[in-house]
Design a protein around this ligand. Structure first.
Ligand SMILES: [Zn+2]
Length: 144
């Protein structure tokens, strides 16, 4: 008289996209993260604008004193310019990251540790908008 019990496994629902949806954060906390991210984005944007201004000036300087420069001077300026371009690109990338983070926050899937599933503290998210691990898990990762 053993009844088959084999029908339960199909219902474990692994395909549900919101399967990890036990995570909730209060609206106030979400707002706090959003504010931190937006502030961060504005900061980066300002830095980026400054960097672009400097780059434009370096560029202009280069055109102005083209011929008379000695080799070393030109070399220094080229280097400065390259560093400035790298910096600007870096900033732009970070701005993109923060904007993506804001989008993901709106979708409710931002700020959770990919490893342990805990909420990543607001302060950490503000400092590292691209963080996908909590400090604890990050340390474990780095130790490997
Ligand atoms: Zn974690």
């Amino acid at each position: 008289m053993v009844k088959a019990t084999g029908t339960k496994s199909a219902a474990s629902g692994k395909t549900d996209q919101k399967g990890a949806g036990m995570r909730t954060r209060s609206a106030a906390e979400t707002e706090k993260i959003r504010v931190a991210l937006v502030e961060r984005r504005d900061e980066l944007q300002t830095e980026y604008d400054t960097s672009i201004t400097e780059l434009t000036e370096l560029q202009r300087g280069r055109l102005d004193d083209s011929a008379g420069d000695d080799q070393a001077d030109t070399g220094t300026k080229t280097l400065e310019r390259e560093q400035e371009i790298t910096l600007a690109n870096n900033l732009l990338e970070r701005i993109t990251q923060v904007e993506r983070a804001i989008d993901r926050l709106g979708e409710g899937n931002y700020g959770w540790c990919e490893r342990c599933g805990n909420a990543i503290p607001v302060e950490r998210l503000a400092a590292f908008p691209s963080a996908t691990l909590c400090v604890h898990c990050k340390q474990l990762e780095e130790r490997r």
